[in-house]
Design a protein. Structure first.
Lengths: 239, 311
């Protein structure tokens, strides 16, 4: 283990507090190789069985129930899929990624993908492939951030996301539909693969705060020191 | 510049949120004016840039819905400012005056701090708005955007039919403008971003039978009946299940009544269709409908509350 975890781990359930980018300095792109943060996020304890979500509307199309895929744990490695991993409050480092359009499809009465990550300034393309009415109601701290109608066969709705934050995505017509949207003002973010592994590259040497977020498991945050010569290996478990 | 300004009262950023209520009435109006002047931060979510060039847009007579590229902030503020507001209400004195109006006429319902928890709030069926959230149902701006000053002025002036929110047309306009300025000091959202760009209304045309029939088709095509019902009485299959973002049950409007909360005229109905009602399940259709379709739908809904010819 080549890391120095100085402040330990703090478990924070609930919504993260985001500081307005209006108050912070804009992210500065600084050339340099940087270090690597890598690791695995695992589930501690008995792996929960996938539950069924009861469909409350449009059962003919959506089905009577749908599997709840909000918590997916690999049975062999116990790795958790789709944990959002990001540095917090980093002001400079590697170049920002290209602002590719983000997709949020309403398909089969599910949001696909259910966890969306992007950099601020990205375009969000919202589509409805279903023959039923959906709406995409994006919320920040239980307040409307955006609420658009998606009638069947309707147009692609394109919106530019101009402020960083963690956002909750719902469909008021189908309450079992949930997703989350994570917009960052820096390039140090990723999500875990099916076995819970993640990697952040070109991290500037020094001390950073690293966050792990999951919709139902909550938020974990720790402090670590990164150096360029040796990867920092971080293994975290939930709950 | 903004950061330096915000640091003035207590010297560090962390203190700002903690002590917001103590200083915001003094400093926020100044900071708001400063933001308007420098055009600091932008809205959190913007519609995409138009496909057309500026030159093409100028020659296109088709009305658009505010999805155009954002105009310079100063220009927009100038256009939105009614003649009777002027610089007077942009001063701290005007905010102080607005505060007095608020305490006299608004605080019983909306609370002394604007949190919607006034003395009589519990007795009201429709709960008073919490101004500290900065989320407004009745806007001419796209979903998620802040309302314009005129939007706030209109709601105060006209009132909200079917609720305890009376019309305050009887108060001097200068007082109402000052009240608008004061309300904006109650939420930090107004400090972070300017209001959205108002939608553009299509040229009004009369509710002919053809337009109403087309509007009915739009009503069906957009599946408005899912919430509002086939007869638009607010009794669609989803009506019993709808909640606001906090989980409080909320009923879709009975569109056959003459007391629609955002106003009864076709323009008010059009505005609601195209911008939605933030804080409720009513979404914006501004990205799904052409202006003409939206206007036909507004005329259809408008026609529902009109006296019927029984012969």
């Amino acid at each position: 283990m080549n890391i120095s975890v100085r402040l330990g781990t703090t478990l924070i359930l609930g919504v993260a507090v985001w500081v307005s980018p209006c108050v912070l300095e804009a992210y500065q792109e600084v050339p340099g190789l940087g270090g690597v943060i890598t690791g695995q996020v695992t589930f501690q304890g008995e792996i929960p069985k996938i539950q069924l979500l009861q469909v409350n509307r449009d059962e003919k199309f959506c089905g009577e129930s749908l599997p709840d895929d909000s918590l997916l744990v690999d049975s062999a490695s116990k790795g958790i899929f789709n944990i959002v991993v990001n540095l917090k409050g980093i002001a400079s480092g590697k170049p920002l990624p290209q602002k590719d359009p983000l997709r949020l499809d309403n398909r089969g009465c599910r949001f696909q993908p259910s966890v969306i990550l992007g950099v601020e300034g990205s375009m969000l393309n919202i589509e409805n492939a279903d023959p039923v009415l959906h709406n995409t109601h994006i919320l920040q701290d239980d307040q409307t951030f955006l609420n658009v109608a998606l009638p069947p066969g309707g147009r692609t709705i394109r919106k530019t996301l101009k402020e960083a934050g963690r956002l909750d995505v719902r469909c008021d017509a189908h309450k079992f539909m949930r997703a989350s949207l994570h917009i960052f003002d820096h390039p140090y973010f990723t999500s875990t693969d099916e076995t819970g592994h993640f990697e952040l590259t070109q991290v500037p040497p020094g001390t950073h705060r690293l966050q792990f977020w999951h919709k139902t498991l909550g938020l974990k945050e720790l402090s670590l020191t990164v150096n360029e010569s040796v990867p920092s290996v971080i293994n975290v478990s939930f709950p | 510049m903004l950061q330096m300004f915000l640091k003035l009262p207590y010297g560090n950023e962390a203190s700002i949120s903690v002590t917001f209520s103590r200083w915001h009435r003094t400093w926020l109006p100044l900071a708001t004016v400063l933001l308007v002047v420098v055009g600091g931060c932008t809205a959190a979510i913007d519609p995409p840039p138009p496909d057309q060039t500026t030159q093409e847009k100028k020659s296109d007579p088709t009305p658009k819905l505010g999805n155009e590229k954002t105009e310079p902030l100063q220009a927009r503020v100038k256009e939105e400012r009614p003649p009777d507001s002027l610089a007077q209400v942009e001063t701290n004195e005007a905010v102080a005056r607005g505060g007095n109006v608020y305490r006299e006429h608004c605080s019983n319902c909306h609370g002394v701090d604007g949190d919607g928890k006034g003395k009589v709030a519990q007795d009201l069926r429709t709960k008073p708005l919490d101004f500290t959230k900065g989320v407004y149902k009745f806007r001419s701006t796209p979903s998620g955007d802040l309302p314009t000053d005129d939007d706030l002025f209109r709601t105060i002036s006209e009132g909200i039919p079917g609720t305890a929110m009376d019309s305050y047309k009887g108060l001097p306009k200068t007082d109402l403008r000052a009240l608008v300025m004061y309300l904006k000091t109650l939420s930090p959202r107004f400090l972070k971003r300017p209001p959205g760009t108002p939608i553009v209304f299509p040229p009004a045309h009369l509710p002919t039978q053809e337009a109403v029939t087309r509007g009915l088709q739009v009503y069906r095509q957009m599946q408005c009946s899912a919430c509002h019902g086939d007869e638009a009485r607010g009794n669609g299959p989803l009506a019993q299940e709808l909640t606001d973002p906090t989980g409080t049950p909320i009923r879709p409007a009975d569109l056959t009544t003459k007391s629609l909360k955002s106003g009864q005229g076709p323009q008010a109905i059009y505005r609601t269709i195209m911008t939605g009602l933030d804080g409720t399940p009513m979404p914006s259709y501004g990205d799904s409908l052409d202006p003409e379709e939206g206007w036909d739908l507004a005329l259809y809904i408008f026609s529902l509350a009109q006296p019927r010819d029984t012969h």
